[in-house]
Write a protein that binds this ligand. Structure first.
Ligand code: C2O
Length: 316
């Protein structure tokens, strides 16, 4: 049977020292996702291509500044950065406070659920900047260019709202990603399995995209050492703004992969009709189904800037 939606009124508060990732209770009953045709079609661009776009970078920075301020001034507002972190924590990290069926890692729900999370996060950033056309950037770490494996410079600027000290040193991040990601089957094509399961994995199994590329970036950015409240720990990862640029790249890779010959998303009703819950840019709870997000251009109104994908060419 399909799963969901989770009940935001029924969070099991874990015992300390487990982190409590229960979300604020909605002020009204969650309503269903609807296509927002008043937002323009947005293009999510690669970070390496926005470095000269001072206006865009200022908006990105202003958006996170506002989410941080909201966290201080209205801690229960689900749009604040700490609440955004908790949203990811609640569904991606033990203890799973809304029920053990809601673990959004390790199988095919990984991709659509994180797509939903990014979609609502992006709407919140757009609200925060007052620019409905605002789109997330993506960190193109799957590029063959070594430079793209470095932490994107806007996130490394210590005076910016995109920065957090809870990371490995920048040089260490790049060295690690260069090592981890170039030897990865996903990009070399070595050991590739053809067919729809090669990148994404099957139900109950992590695929290469989640297990290698995605995981490598978390562990390269996070320090893997106490206090460990960083990208290396899924309970905390959502507090680092680079998490969203990282996941935008994972989401883009799914989109690129999906367009390769012979690849398709699972078609079962159990998959497509499973539903999840998120807070939107007006702080209203929304219920959204997997089938709502499989076509991101039509239903979510965003597309990705094209960048070279040698791993995709190797897989044709
Ligand atoms: Cu739910 Cu990259 O994590």
């Amino acid at each position: 049977a399909p799963i969901g939606p989770p009940n935001l009124f029924a969070c099991t508060t874990p015992r300390p020292p487990q982190p409590n990732c229960c979300l604020p209770v909605p002020s009204s009953r969650p309503s269903a996702f609807a296509i927002n045709s008043s937002t323009p079609l947005r293009t999510r661009r690669a970070l390496q291509n926005v470095l000269q776009d001072a206006r865009y970078l200022a908006r990105l920075n202003a958006a996170y500044t506002r989410l941080r301020r909201l966290e201080r001034e209205a801690p229960n507002d689900p749009r604040g950065l700490e609440q955004q972190r908790k949203l990811h924590c609640a569904f991606c990290s033990e203890p799973l406070v809304y029920g053990s069926q809601y673990n959004m890692h390790g199988d095919w729900f990984f991709l659509p659920w994180h797509r939903m999370l990014l979609y609502y996060h992006e709407r919140i950033l757009a609200w925060a900047t007052g620019d409905v056309s605002f789109a997330l950037p993506f960190w193109n770490w799957d590029s063959d260019a070594a430079a793209q494996k470095a932490l994107p410079s806007p996130y490394a600027n210590t005076t910016s709202a995109l920065y957090t000290a809870r990371r490995r040193a920048a040089a260490g991040i790049q060295t690690r990603l260069q090592r981890e990601i170039t030897r990865d089957e996903l990009f070399s094509g070595i050991g590739s399995v053809t067919g729809p399961d090669d990148v994404i994995g099957t139900a109950g199994n992590r695929g290469y995209l989640e297990g290698y590329g995605h995981g490598a970036v978390h562990n390269a950015v996070g320090q893997e050492q106490p206090p460990h409240r960083d990208m290396g720990d899924l309970a905390w990862a959502g507090y680092d703004p680079v998490f969203y640029a990282h996941h935008a790249n994972v989401d883009r890779m799914w989109s690129v992969w999906r367009q390769l010959p012979g690849r398709s998303d699972p078609t079962s009703a159990d998959f497509r009709n499973s539903r999840f819950v998120f807070y939107d840019e007006n702080a209203n709870a929304k219920i959204i189904a997997v089938s709502d997000v499989l076509d991101h251009a039509t239903n979510l109104r965003y597309v990705y800037e094209n960048v070279p994908n040698s791993w995709a060419r190797a897989r044709r």
